[in-house]
Design a binder for this molecule. Structure first.
Ligand SMILES: [Zn+2]
Length: 57
């Protein structure tokens, strides 16, 4: 399955056996995306949250 990177418009290859919640990375710009839905040979991604930002004050 192929998805588009929102950052650089490159194709991101998502394995056919990927699951919702899996993190994939753009090979071009290293942006990380979380798989939010899979169906009918299409995959939908959203930018992965970077948890570190919530740490401490
Ligand atoms: Zn990219």
């Amino acid at each position: 399955m192929i998805a588009k990177c929102e950052e650089c418009d490159a194709d991101i290859t998502v394995p056919d056996d990927a699951i919702v919640g899996e993190i994939v990375q753009c090979k071009e710009c290293s942006s990380e995306y979380e798989v939010v839905s899979i169906g009918d040979g299409k995959v939908e991604l959203k930018p992965a949250e970077v948890a570190e930002e919530d740490w401490g004050e």
